[in-house]
Design a protein around this ligand. Structure first.
Ligand code: ASP
Length: 611
């Protein structure tokens, strides 16, 4: 027997035909002496009927003993379903297959969790889903995510090919250049005591490809970062990585806008508007308190520095006297915030070093707040007008240095939006996507603890040309040719125009980032040398592919769009990795362990419930 149709193919047009379906037993029902098997494959499912009056006994018995998820071939004739039994929820719901033959290709044991019911499946513990990932991936919701991922990957390749890009693979075994996140090291057997590192991104190779004359490179690149796992991070993840020669920032913006237009059309059949809005880093922080603003709602930060410069409320005027600012947001309709919610917000403020959180609840025609008594009429008027204060509002303040004040209110703004969403007072349509470019980042940020400058993006980012003269004198003022693409408050990607002059690059490494010259030579010597043999001006960007797919699939977890993700504790529960290795393997790699090798796997999933 050989499959003649997939399980989402039969329609009334095939009535009377002999067909053969192959797939998994999605469900089995015994009704009025008949057995109904829903056979499912990647495409969908079809009902098959086993009638004992019409079948050899052994075929019927085999059907009646089948456990769900067994793999079968069913041959039979397509017929119209008896009237009143159509299933309008599935495309094959008007027909069924009257079975003649049944071949069982593989019997399934009782399942660790139920997969035929999306609601039940959604409640299954994620660790169990990860251990039995092959069952989890059979669920139509998960299969849809993988399919969408594949479609978007193909659309990306086609689009970039049309734009003249070459797909080039770069090494996975790279070299340690510990500038960004912690790296994974791979011991060399052939070179005792030496290591490769897995790439955090193909950054250096893609720049070298520009020196090599490739002009337009892209790759769906796997990147590795040994970071503590936050909710939506993975140790290994995929980037749409690209680099171009002889271009400026505008060329990257136009290219990525075209690519995202194609991707959104392919995945969601949606026409997104281009060009995207642009915000400078300063504006993003000043208005939204974050460098990846969610602009789907307003609640913008308003400045009151001038109004409170001479205020008798010393907390505010004192902050201004110290070179700081006074800023506020109006969380409309949140005057009823609970004590617990106010405390949460106060904790956010404190986590940025603030002493507390000043706020006003506008309730019953009154401004309820211990600080209002310090405000004069002009100050009240300014607040009312600039924040458009009305009954039911909650006003929240920050009086601090500019960056801190912005970041405090930025964090609180997002929290308030979540609370308002929960209360149904803020509704954002699920199909709304606010794309924007954030530009004009500072090239450098200062690390107070280490008392040194570090690159806001990475050390290969070019300064804005007219700012280069200030590099050594006023590094703070120098803008980088760096850009981020942001969607709905999520950083989808970032990139920059690069430094292609070896002397500028050397200055950045040695004089600004203070990396000792011998270390610069050991880590980046080959790059500086390459730039001496004819390096074209170039720039590029990388988009977080997993995050983009998660957004297109409408899920908040990137684990839902990665076939075999790791847990928050960095383990693969299905293969039980990481795992101990044989002493001989360690000897070959010239490695001696200082810890006892764990005997068992690192993590056990929750108890397996048999259904
Ligand atoms: N390699 C950079 C990153 O991973 C992106 C880029 O600058 O192209 O963030």
């Amino acid at each position: 027997m050989k499959r003649s149709h997939h399980c989402n193919e039969l329609r009334p047009a095939q009535i009377g035909q002999d067909v053969c379906l192959a797939g998994w037993v999605h469900s089995r029902r015994d009704l009025g002496g008949l057995i109904f098997l829903d056979v499912r494959d990647r495409e969908g499912r079809t009902q098959t009927v086993f009638d004992p009056s019409d079948l050899p006994k052994d075929v019927f018995d085999r059907a009646s003993g089948l456990k769900t998820e067994s793999v079968v071939l069913v041959r039979g004739k397509v017929r119209q379903r008896p009237s009143g039994t159509n299933n309008s929820k599935i495309p094959t719901g008007e027909v069924e297959v009257m079975a003649r033959e049944l071949e069982v290709l593989n019997l399934a044991e009782p399942l660790p969790f139920q997969i035929d019911d999306p609601e039940a499946a959604a409640k299954v513990n994620e660790e169990l889903r990860l251990k039995y990932r092959y069952l989890d991936l059979r669920r139509p919701e998960m299969a849809r995510n993988l399919r969408l991922r594949s479609k978007v990957a193909t659309a990306t390749r086609v689009f970039l090919d049309e734009q003249g890009f070459l797909e080039v693979e770069t090494p996975i075994l790279f070299k340690s250049t510990p500038e960004g996140a912690r790296e994974f090291l791979v011991p060399s057997r052939v070179h005792p005591g030496q290591f490769y590192a897995l790439p955090q991104s193909p950054q250096q190779f893609k720049q070298i490809l520009m020196v090599a004359g490739v002009e337009r490179y892209f790759q769906l690149a796997r990147c590795f970062r040994d970071e503590d796992q936050r909710a939506d991070r993975q140790l290994e993840f995929t980037q749409v990585d690209l680099e171009m020669s002889f271009i400026e920032r505008e060329d990257i913006y136009a290219l990525i806008e075209g690519l995202l237009k194609r991707v959104w059309k392919t995945a969601l059949n949606m026409d997104i508007q281009t060009p995207f809005k642009r915000l400078t880093y300063f504006e993003a922080l000043n208005r939204f308190g974050i460098d990846k603003p969610d602009t789907r709602f307003a609640m913008e930060i308003v400045d009151f520095t001038e109004e409170f410069r001479a205020s008798s409320f010393k907390v505010f005027s004192g902050a201004v006297a110290n070179g700081g600012v006074v800023k506020a947001i109006n969380a409309k309709g949140l005057a009823g915030a609970t004590q617990g919610q106010i405390e949460t917000m106060t904790e956010y403020a404190k986590s940025f070093g603030a002493k507390g959180l000043a706020f006003i609840k506008v309730e019953g025609g009154d401004w309820k707040s211990p600080i209002v008594k310090f405000f004069n009429d002009a100050e009240k008027k300014a607040l009312t007008e600039k924040l458009q204060i009305e009954e039911g509002d909650l006003i929240l303040f920050a009086a601090d240095q500019w960056l801190n004040a912005c970041e405090i209110l930025g964090r609180i703004r997002l929290y308030c939006a979540d609370v308002l969403k929960g209360q149904g007072k803020l509704n954002i349509p699920a199909d709304r996507f606010d794309f924007l470019w954030v530009v004009d980042f500072p090239l450098l940020s200062f690390d107070k603890e280490q008392n040194r400058w570090y690159s806001s993006h990475h050390p290969f980012t070019a300064p804005v040309t007219e700012d280069i003269p200030h590099l050594k004198t006023e590094p703070k003022k120098v803008r980088g040719q760096h850009y981020d693409i942001v969607v709905n408050g999520m950083e989808l990607g970032g990139g920059s125009i690069r430094i292609h002059q070896p002397d500028v690059q050397k200055t950045i490494f040695e004089e600004i980032l203070q990396i000792p010259p011998d270390m610069v030579q050991a880590r980046f010597g080959y790059m500086l040398e390459a730039f001496r043999y004819g390096a074209p001006p170039h720039g590029g960007i990388a988009l977080g592919f997993d995050r983009m797919i998660a957004m297109l699939c409408g899920t908040t977890s990137i684990r839902d769009v990665i076939a075999f993700p790791k847990t928050a504790k960095a383990a693969d529960l299905m293969t039980e990795s990481p795992a101990p290795v044989e002493p001989k393997q360690l000897r070959d790699l010239h490695i001696q362990l200082k810890v006892a090798q764990p005997a068992a796997a690192p993590e056990k999933p929750a108890e397996v419930k048999k259904s």
